[in-house]
Design a protein around this ligand. Sequence first.
Ligand SMILES: [Mn+2]
Length: 323
Amino acid sequence: MFEKLIPELLSHKKIGVFSHVRPDGDCLGSQVALCLWLQKNGVDSSAFNEDEVNKNLEWLTEFKKIDKPDFSDLKEFDAFVFVDGNALHRFGDTAEKITELGKPLYMIDHHPQPDEVFKEFVSKTDASSTCELVYNLFAEHDIAQIDEQSAKAMYVGIVTDTGSFQFDSVKPGTMKAAATLLEYGNFTPDEVVQKVYSSKPMKQIKLLGLALDTISLHENQQIATMYVTKAMFQKTATSNEDTEGFVAYPLSIEGVKACIFFREDEDRIKLSLRSQSDIDVNEWARELNGGGHKKAAGAWYKGKMEEAIEDVISIGRKQWIND
Ligand SMILES: [Mn+2]
């Protein structure tokens, strides 16, 4: 899988590695592990992200410092690697200008429809996570180079991108990767998982309580909706980021095939659609000028919350009747 990319990367002296905006466990884990791999093999590396790292993932930056990119400093790099995203705009304003430098760009990712700006890349949509791909890079090169830090970093990405090994993206290879990481990293899963999942502020749980109270079922109890309003954010002193992971709750109700989470933003409503059946939420979101994957998609709605819920359900209903 990496037979072309490995020699390419190792031919450079100094490489900048970017992870995508609003960073998650998979992009940070793969970025940190890749930087450590480059350093182990004599390539100087720097990690860049436009945004702040969430509190629960901050410990990863102890393994590798992550800086906000400054365009004028990027000239000194020989090449750049982009992880867990396949279009430069996913990596922020600085990354979007990077082609001006004329340096080779590489990419390791698992999302569909990659951009054509990359000299060499590994793009596998059937991989559970970018961290599973970076694990394969280590495995194909020299598996003994996996140490505690890189193992923990990659484990974070595999766990978070698979909903703790629950999604259908989990293959035997994913489990083998995770098992090998535990072995070479010499740690137990709870060490990592507690840091990632058991560090929620109380206010976030209060907001979740308000959100859970709004859950309603539609279409023969098969579609669930849940929402958060600006008033709820105010009442709990929370903000948009605090709703991360909420969408899993309505989806966990018995018999529910798909769900939509509505979040009131400044002047519009953000929709997150999830499916755990043959309902294609990408198609559904496209009707609302959004999109994504079959099982996870997003869109925006202009209008009041009650109208949004009613409209979105009726758009979905038309789609199923057509099917
Ligand atoms: Mn990912």
